[in-house]
Design a protein around this ligand. Structure first.
Ligand SMILES: NC(=O)c1ccc[n+]([C@@H]2O[C@H](COP(=O)([O-])OP(=O)(O)OC[C@H]3O[C@@H](n4cnc5c(N)ncnc54)[C@H](O)[C@@H]3O)[C@@H](O)[C@H]2O)c1
Length: 304
């Protein structure tokens, strides 16, 4: 018995890299997988049939998979993708939003088109599949009256949580996906759908755009018994577990899986607070108070 036997999954951007690793892992545990990929370049130009590569790998290993070539930011095409999962495999249980592109440059050199393109693929391209999956699960929930047990696993990045020079498009897109994950977990909870996000790290086409990055490696090129800390499938066991019935109590979480480590990310939390007891703050006095009682950069003995 596989832990995902009988489940139907969609993995976006699964033609290469991390998405291919997730799709292989889900199939290994028994899920039937729709392999989505638009088949473009790492910066989002062009289109191709790269999804077929992953379908072939999964089939050659005894799994079940079909290709889908939709652009994840195309509303109608993604609706058809969800319908394809239901028509081909009889339902939808797991949605892994992974598709992504990069167009790095400092803000001085980044054309507005490159800001729009990156936000579009990552943020809109996560929201739209979530929307279609949510509509599908709501109709199933209304029909059966039972929790649907759906799973959404989004993809964030450390860059989105802490910032990264040269990524004023990518980092905010990933931060917004973390916020989308938390917000959607609240909206879908009552239907029995969990929504979490995973932050991977791997040697892929995306990292290869950065100076000094290791060579691209695809997950099927690494033997299953070999440990490679940059294997695109390093985070895939976490994705498979989050997708399973066992993880039905986990939702709204942001978890990074980097080499040997699985790290629960702690979000924004209230820090030092000052209170003016019902009075308006005086901007000319704020500097002293902020330094003394918020940033702790001024000794309290110097208070005036
Ligand atoms: N590689 C890393 O270290 C790393 C770190 C953090 C987050 N990520 C994220 O992991 C995800 C996968 O990236 P990767 O590193 O495997 O790169 P990759 O280029 O190997 O894979 C991304 C895939 O998404 C597909 N894609 C791009 N735009 C699409 C669209 N509009 N519709 C459908 N498919 C589309 C591409 O064709 C490609 O196959 C991305 O969301 C990326 O931001 C990667």
């Amino acid at each position: 018995m596989g832990m995902l036997d009988g489940k139907v999954a969609i993995v976006t951007g699964a033609g290469h890299g991390i998405g291919r690793g997730h799709a292989m892992e889900l199939a290994k545990h028994g899920a039937k997988v729709v392999i989505n990929d638009v088949g473009g370049s790492v910066s989002g130009e062009g289109a191709g049939r790269d999804a077929d590569l992953t379908v072939d790998i999964i089939k050659s290993r005894g799994g079940e998979a079909v290709s889908n070539y939709a652009d994840v930011s195309d509303y109608d095409a993604v609706g058809e993708m969800v319908a394809q999962a239901v028509d081909t495999f009889g339902g939808l249980d797991i949605l892994v939003n992974n598709a992504g592109i990069v167009r790095d440059a400092s803000i001085f050199n980044m054309p507005v088109e490159d800001f729009d393109a990156v936000i579009k693929v990552h943020l809109r391209g996560t929201w739209i599949p979530c929307k279609h999956a949510a509509l599908h699960w709501r109709s199933v929930n209304k029909e059966t009256g039972a929790p649907v047990g759906g799973r959404i696993i989004n993809t964030i990045s450390g860059a989105g949580l802490t910032g990264n020079f040269g990524q004023t498009n990518y980092a905010p897109a990933k931060a917004a996906i973390a916020s989308l994950t938390q917000t959607l977990s609240l909206e879908l909870y009552k239907m029995g759908v969990t929504v979490n996000a995973v932050g991977p790290a791997a040697a892929t086409r995306i990292t290869a755009t950065m100076p000094g990055a290791p060579a691209v490696v695809e997950p099927d090129e690494i033997p299953e018994d070999e440990w490679n800390r940059m294997d695109p499938a390093v985070s895939s066991p976490l994705v498979a577990w989050l997708a399973s019935d066992e993880a039905d109590h986990v939702t709204g979480q942001i978890i990074r899986a980097v080499a040997e480590n699985i790290i629960l990310m702690k979000g924004w939390a209230d820090g030092p607070t000052i209170n003016n007891k019902g009075n308006r703050w005086d901007a000319t006095k704020l500097g002293t108070q902020m330094a003394t009682d918020v940033f702790f950069t001024r000794a309290p003995g110097l208070r005036y």
